[in-house]
Design a protein around this ligand. Structure first.
Ligand code: AMP
Ligand code: ZN
Length: 485
């Protein structure tokens, strides 16, 4: 079966067929760089990274473009507040974004174009639209005439007449239709400005994506992505621009991810209910964020709360404990073959994962497969079977299997021992535990054991257990850990 993708344009799952055999042109709307991004903004980057990786594992060669919007009202506003050029703001927040992005460990995109680098292409695009009578000029301002584009509304399913009827906001009387949108506008004093046939000005928001797509990927692309809030007007307008310019299909498949919510409300800066990616990764861990996002389907809303975060920590601890055990088993002698029933389990889950990812990227089921494989591996109890020459190849097969799917999801690539210790520290601060007290009690228990005072040793063990601390005698990394169940 080929990959099936839900296409917002047709509202159905369709077999994905690239324009050019073996090649995929993918564009994802990137951030407006005026502040740190919130975790919701990273859902697209995390999900489309997996989409690209799975397509590549399926033999397709993907060109992935993710832009930076570095000309925008919000950037200009912040620059004015700080009394600096708007490039100071955009450069600063591109750097901040890159820092967050690198921490997430996602694969680099092929291109990260900035609007300011594409001004000649944007101006040419607008000129073409004016020539095609899709756009009109009024006092140095260029508008797209939506009435000139017959299929306007086809992506969002919006009917222009309904839109007009429901219109409450004050409209610019100069426009032919209140929903005509700006392609180019004159810059005000102190705003960045570029020369154009219509005077000094700057581009509207929607035109930038169309111009960058056309310049870097061509007139028609395979997949265009973004959050569902971008369907209207942003993507609807991109289609009008792209198809208004060439008369050809602008994009075959539109893929939109649902929202990340906080307390049942969309996480958004304007609502003021955001957790920045930076603060999440500082308090928790990038691995926890990626796990949370990929354990649900990209077209489902996901409400983030502390219980879900703690659930993700215990799930990751289970996987990393198995990884850590497997690494210890690879120190054994070896020389045998992979346990037959375990090899079967692996190939069954290869097939399941393929089926689930090919079915519109059902990542929740991939995570379920990972758990089943981990369970099967644990049940072999290989750490206790150092003499069995099959132990080592079986552990190696498990590690290779998990690496393949982990790399695809950008998960499970942490050093297991180090990561488990990091999780302990995260939980210690989450539960407001006192680490020095824990260490003191563990030391006292050891002293009691050394002097064979078993009753006292048990008392300390119970005290630790009451704090949610488990003893793990014989563990080479640390004698205790925080309970993660
Ligand atoms: P913006 O900078 O607001 O244009 O957003 C950048 C990307 O993040 C867009 O693809 C948005 O659709 C997406 N986005 C914004 N808020 C959320 C959210 N709460 N959950 C998921 N995606 C979001
Ligand atoms: Zn865009």
């Amino acid at each position: 079966m080929s990959i099936q993708l839900y296409n917002t344009l047709t509202k159905t799952k369709e077999p994905f067929k690239p324009l050019e055999e073996g090649k995929v042109k993918l564009y994802l709307c990137g951030p407006t760089v005026y502040d740190l991004l919130h975790i919701g903004n990273f859902r697209g980057a995390i999900f489309f990274n997996l989409l690209r990786n799975w397509m590549e594992l399926s033999g397709l060669d993907v060109t992935f473009v993710y832009n930076y919007t570095d000309v925008d009202d919000k950037i200009i506003k912040k620059a004015n507040e700080e009394g600096v050029e708007s490039t100071v703001i955009s450069e600063r927040y591109i750097k901040e974004f890159e820092q967050d992005f690198n921490r997430l460990g996602l694969k680099k995109h092929d291109h990260n174009p900035r609007v300011t680098e594409f001004m000649p292409q944007i101006i040419k695009f607008v000129e073409d639209l004016v020539k095609n009578e899709k756009a009109y000029v009024i006092e140095g301002e260029v508008f797209y005439s939506i009435d000139s584009f017959d299929t306007y509304g086809k992506l969002s399913g919006k009917n222009i007449d309904d839109l007009e009827a429901g219109q409450r906001v004050e409209v610019d009387k100069r426009k032919k239709n209140p929903f005509d949108f700006v392609l180019w506008k004159p810059s005000k004093d102190g705003e960045p400005s570029w020369d154009s046939p219509w005077g000094g000005g700057r581009p509207g928001w929607h035109i930038e994506c169309s111009a960058m797509i056309q310049s870097l990927l061509g007139d028609t692309i395979d997949i265009h992505g973004g959050g569902i809030d971008l369907i209207f007007p942003h993507h609807e307008n991109e289609i009008a621009q792209g198809e208004g310019r060439t008369g050809k299909c602008y994009c075959n498949t539109w893929v939109h991810n649902e929202f990340i919510n906080l307390s049942d409300e969309k996480m958004s800066k304007s609502l003021g209910n955001v957790i920045t990616g930076r603060s999440f990764m500082d308090k928790w861990h990038p691995e926890i964020l990626k796990y949370l996002f990929l354990s649900v389907h990209y077209r489902s809303q996901l409400a983030i709360n502390d219980d879900k975060i703690r659930g993700a920590i215990s799930a990751l601890a289970r996987i990393y404990t198995a990884l850590s055990n497997a690494h210890q088993v690879t120190e054994f002698e070896g020389g045998g073959v992979v346990n037959k029933s375990f090899a079967n389990t692996l190939s069954q889950h290869d097939a399941k994962i393929k089926k689930n990812l090919d079915d519109d990227f059902n990542t929740g089921e991939v995570v379920a497969s990972v758990f089943e494989v981990v369970r099967a591996f644990n049940s072999l109890n290989l750490l206790k079977k150092a003499k069995d020459k099959n132990s080592r190849p079986t552990a190696e097969a498990f590690l290779a299997w998990l690496k393949k799917y982990g790399d695809m999801m950008a998960l499970f690539g942490q050093d297991p021992s180090k990561f488990m210790l990091e999780l302990d520290d995260i939980l210690i601060s989450d539960r407001k535990l006192d680490k020095s007290l824990i260490e003191e009690l563990v030391a006292k228990r050891n002293e009691a054991r050394d002097s064979k005072d078993w009753a006292l040793a048990d008392k300390y063990r119970d005290e630790l257990s009451g704090m949610g601390i488990e003893l793990q005698d014989g563990n080479p990394d640390r004698q205790w850990c925080v309970s993660k169940s």
